[in-house]
Design a protein around this ligand. Sequence first.
Ligand SMILES: [Zn+2]
Length: 455
Amino acid sequence: MYDILIKGGMYPDFEANRMVKGNVAVAGGKIVALGEVDGEAKKVIDASGRVVSPGFIDIHMHEESFINEGKEYVISEMMLQMGVTTCMGGNCGSARQSLQMFQDVVEELGGAPTNYMMQAGYNSARTAMGIGRYDAASQEQIAELAEQMKADIDNGAWGISFGLEYDPGITFEEVMQVLNAQPQEDLFVSMHYRDDSTGAPDAISEMIRIANESGKKFQISHLSSCSAMGQMADALKEINEAVAKNPKLDYDTYPYNAFSTGIGTAVFDDGCFEKWGKSYENILMTSGKYKNQFCTKEMFEEIRRDDPKQYVVAFVMNEDEIADAIANPSCGMVASDGIVREKSGHPRAAGTFPRVLGKYVREDKVISLIDALRKMTLAPAKRLELSDKGRIAVGCDADITVFNPDTIMDGATFDSLYIKPVGIDAVIVNGTLALEDSEIVNDRAGVFIPGPFVK
Ligand SMILES: [Zn+2]
């Protein structure tokens, strides 16, 4: 008897590059049979007219903050509701608590809504060491930071993330020293660039240089918020040429024309509005006393001075360039960059994957269904060498998202983060039905997955 039998849907066969009609049988956490399979099952899901996709893998999101916001899941519930079954936090240089604490809490809570992976956040470690954001680190400090990163990788981090824009004091040489101290040739490294818009060409060249000289797997983070201000065509040309020579380079991107970050960060240093060709009224407060209001100069300066940790949304990106980053055939994956603080944040945390499938695949037709699915499942799985994930195939993990391609769409907006996506029928995590008809039915089916270099 099967645990779950999904009947009559279409699933992607990435090798043959086509959608295939067939049933999918799940038992013991794995996909055990495909195609004509039938028989008894504890749970039968009617998937006629539906896509039976590998669960979406969000290679770039920002995990729960158990330190500041208590031991509860917020963002990973949103992840599950939008069809994500595995996600990776610790991005942009920022780990919101120690790896050990994160792992302990997931264990204490008896699982998580989705599978979780973490990177070591370089900037967090650097800041904890007392190094100012504009300051250079000493040789001793760099050596100590490299050791700390190494310890996190030994303890289960998947790689190292850097946020150069957040700590402009981090030099190219500092990054190279830290990476050269890591023995794993295939270590995953992700980087939030040094600068955006007019600064994007230099920032991208710097990242490509780091990728090539370090030899590590290198992920350019959320490309659209770096280059969708007029630089995307050049950025994609440079990246595609570099990828042709160095296949260990890739990027991720999210489907919104606004980014979100702390108002006190260096992103909003003097000159940012001139650089973007935008102004204070393009900045939306997402929390605090001015929640859901667009800024005036006075509001912006007040909050940046008095409450710099407040998150804001900056509407400074161009729609057609976002589509180009999503549709790029040579490389690139879809990822949310989702971040939720004090239960507020950018809607990408709750809508990224349904939005790509609803808007960019169905409505705007900038990318085919199977290519979009590949960028959400197989591409990140290959990247992370999760060989049992990212495909609907016998023997693979039963991480599965069943959705209606005719209706799927994101729901969350910049002022209502909690509107769920539509069109997600079922999500299965590790062989357990975790979501049915958009409702979470099991929020503990996910586990913490330690990285490949854990000792
Ligand atoms: Zn970032």
